[in-house]
Design a protein around this ligand. Structure first.
Ligand code: IPM
Ligand code: MG
Length: 355
């Protein structure tokens, strides 16, 4: 197949990990007989420095005509508040402009990495959960205002915004263990009471085969580390999803392991590791690229519908991990670690050809 893939390396370790992602995409194209056109564009802090905007119009136009977008990370101390124009605004604008309201963050720890986690192996065994985070609404996008002695961030959700993300999550649950946990703060927030009502109705009317449970966000934070294997699909609003997925990443051993896919009403999607730009280790060739390589697998699966290729990539990453090709974030300190380049190469070396 032919596909156009936009690459947005971004800031910090972003370029290093996206570089490995691009290498993997080229290898998949070659070995499975596809033609992928990869076009790179500036986004985030680097784009601010180049153009004054974190999401220049040409970058957005490229993303809108691409079949999929692979992004590294954005942000860094150079553009932190009080700066008025910040890299993160570009990412939020991109998600919104592309209509990517459902953010899929799967957490399925590799057994070889149980020791890398701060949790006990017996808690991690059998963990295979998927967080579906609402991505274009809520407090991230409500009106913001600053006055001399107070500040405001409005949290707004419409019925339609809840309906579409719950449908997306329930459809995904259908292909899994058919259990959906909806996370809210309905004991305090009006938006959460709406969320709970709408979720209950959508599941009752359209997904009677799905078992729905509601959980308050504070309890969910606790249960995620107490009994993570009990979860199948979790659906939640934007900010709760942001926070819970950094927590859930610890189940996989390192935040560097977690991929994500952001999807809307069509196949076009944005794929990014959930980690940040890690300015402290940027440019040293030591960043963990596995979250990005697993994001490439999600890109192949969801935007290009190349399931065998996606599985081949996941199997290659698993095999490299089993062989002990690990970056410092996955190892006890003092143990000798693999670099970004070496990890990318280890995955390429294990990528199968079409049978
Ligand atoms: C994430 C990140 C972003 C978010 C930041 C960089 C704006 O933390 O993708 O989880 O909060 O959505
Ligand atoms: Mg986050």
């Amino acid at each position: 197949m032919k596909a156009l893939i936009a690459l947005l390396p971004g800031d910090g370790i972003g370029p290093e990990v996206v570089n490995q992602g691009a290498r993997l995409l080229r290898a998949v194209a070659e070995r499975f007989g596809h033609s992928f056109e990869l076009i790179e564009a500036p986004m985030g802090g680097v784009a601010i420095d180049l153009t004054g905007s974190p999401l220049p119009p040409d970058t957005l136009a490229l993303c809108q005509r691409a079949d999929a977008v692979l992004l590294g990370a954005v942000g860094g101390p150079k553009w932190d508040p009080p700066a008025k124009v910040r890299p993160e605004q570009g990412l939020l604008a991109l998600r919104k402009a592309m209509g990517l309201y459902a953010n899929l963050r799967p957490v399925a720890p590799f057994p070889a990495l149980y020791d890398a986690s701060s949790l006990k192996p017996e808690v991690l065994r059998g963990v295979d959960l998927l967080v579906v985070r609402e991505l274009t609404g809520g407090i991230y996008f409500g009106e913001k205002r600053r006055e001399e002695h107070q500040a405001f961030d409005a949290c707004v959700y419409t019925v339609e915004e809840v309906v579409r993300v719950v449908r997306a999550a329930a459809s995904l649950a259908r292909g899994r263990r058919k259990r959906l946990t909806s996370v809210d703060k309905a004991n305090v927030l009006e938006t959460s009471r709406l969320w709970r009502e709408v979720t209950t109705r959508v599941i009752r009317d359209e997904f009677p085969d799905i078992e729905l449970k509601h959980l308050l966000v504070d309890a969910c934070a606790m249960h995620l580390i107490k009994r993570p294997a009990d979860f199948d699909v979790i659906v939640t609003e934007n900010m709760f999803g942001d926070i819970l997925t950094d927590e859930a990443a610890m189940l996989s051993g390192s935040i560097g392991m977690l991929p994500s896919a952001s999807l809307g009403d069509n196949r076009r999607g944005l794929y990014e590791p959930i980690h940040g730009s890690a300015p402290d280790i940027a440019g040293k060739g030591v960043a963990n690229p596995y979250g990005t390589l697993l994001s490439v697998a999600m890109l192949l699966r969801h935007s290009l519908q190349l399931e065998p290729e996606a599985r081949a990539v996941e199997a290659a990453v698993a095999s490299a991990i089993d062989a002990g090709v690990l970056s410092a974030d996955l190892l006890p300190s003092g143990q000798s670690a693999a670099g970004t380049e070496e990890m990318g190469a280890a995955v390429l070396a294990r990528l199968g050809k079409r049978a």
